[in-house]
Write a protein that binds this ligand. Structure first.
Ligand SMILES: [Zn+2]
Ligand SMILES: [Zn+2]
Ligand SMILES: [Zn+2]
Length: 140
């Protein structure tokens, strides 16, 4: 296999398998972070059991090939890290759990202020926004 996912896997030191290529391909085309369960359901023809999908995702995330996101429930979600995928945030609907991408962040100033106040360095942040999505807001 010589597609870009196969080369990515090699670049990060992973053995290339059809299933792993499928996982990365699906993740890159996802419009929101996906759980292992969701990926497993969508890739049912890749003949990978859920535990294998889960293990691969965690290995990829530990290696920095994909990112692992927590949105405040018990599920880890995963997102492809491409060159277009810079730092960003997510907002989750309180009612239906829908996730939207937020390609904005103005927390750098705040981080600098925190650095000055606390003396901490290399400050990073993880923020999850919550609200009622348009559909749910219209229902009530
Ligand atoms: Zn909603
Ligand atoms: Zn995202
Ligand atoms: Zn941010």
């Amino acid at each position: 296999m010589t597609n870009k996912y196969a080369s990515l896997l090699r670049q990060y030191g992973f053995k290339v398998t059809h299933a792993r290529v499928k996982v990365l391909e699906r993740l890159e085309h996802a419009t929101k972070p996906m759980t292992a369960q969701e990926l497993h359901e969508e890739l049912s023809d890749a003949k990978m059991d859920l535990a294998t999908v889960y293990r691969s995702l965690n290995k990829f995330a530990d290696a920095g090939l994909i990112s692992r996101i927590r949105l405040g429930d018990e599920f880890a979600r995963f997102e492809f890290v491409g060159h277009h995928h810079h730092h960003h945030h997510h907002i989750v609907c309180n009612s239906c759990g829908k996730v939207a991408e937020i390609e904005l962040c103005n927390l750098d100033d705040l981080s600098q202020a925190i650095a000055q106040k606390t003396g901490f360095r290399n400050i990073a942040h993880q923020v999850v926004f919550r609200g009622d999505c348009e559909d749910c807001a219209n229902k009530s």
